[in-house]
Design a protein around this ligand. Structure first.
Ligand SMILES: [Zn+2]
Ligand SMILES: [Zn+2]
Ligand SMILES: [Zn+2]
Length: 133
């Protein structure tokens, strides 16, 4: 692993929560101001290929990633308040037949749930419960 890759990996660890490339670049720059954005993109792509990070959806139309060390097929719940990520077992082991899919064999699926973690749910007043856009 090259030095920038090590810095980027430790920035992912420090973030600890769901992050966009912008979040990660800011964290990396705090550690090593000289690391370029293209290097961060390449490092995230490599970590994704190695299953060290997983893409869990989008935030503000940017890809949202999370450090994921859990084995096997599972899903993520992402807090829209603080970015906390919880891992959940798959609720779809037995996918019931879906309308309009006759003859279609389902071989894979993706599912990310968004909401507020217990901490954020108690902090946020009902008027501001919508995810930031
Ligand atoms: Zn995971
Ligand atoms: Zn939260
Ligand atoms: Zn599943």
């Amino acid at each position: 692993m090259t030095a920038p890759r090590r810095v980027i990996a430790s920035a992912v660890d420090r973030l600890g929560r769901a992050f966009t490339i912008d979040d990660l670049v800011a964290e990396v720059r705090a550690l090593a101001p000289s690391v370029g954005i293209a290097t961060v993109y390449r490092a995230v792509a490599a970590m994704e290929a190695a299953h060290a990070v997983e893409r869990v959806g989008t935030r503000d139309e940017s890809a949202l990633y999370v450090r994921c060390t859990a084995d096997g097929h599972h899903h993520h719940l992402v807090c829209t308040g603080c970015g906390l990520v919880a891992h959940a077992t798959c609720p779809l082991d037995d996918v019931p037949p879906l309308h309009g899919t006759e003859g279609f064999v389902v071989t894979a699926h993706e599912l990310t749930l968004y909401g507020l973690c217990a901490g954020c749910a108690t902090e946020v007043s009902p008027a501001s419960e919508l995810p930031r856009s």
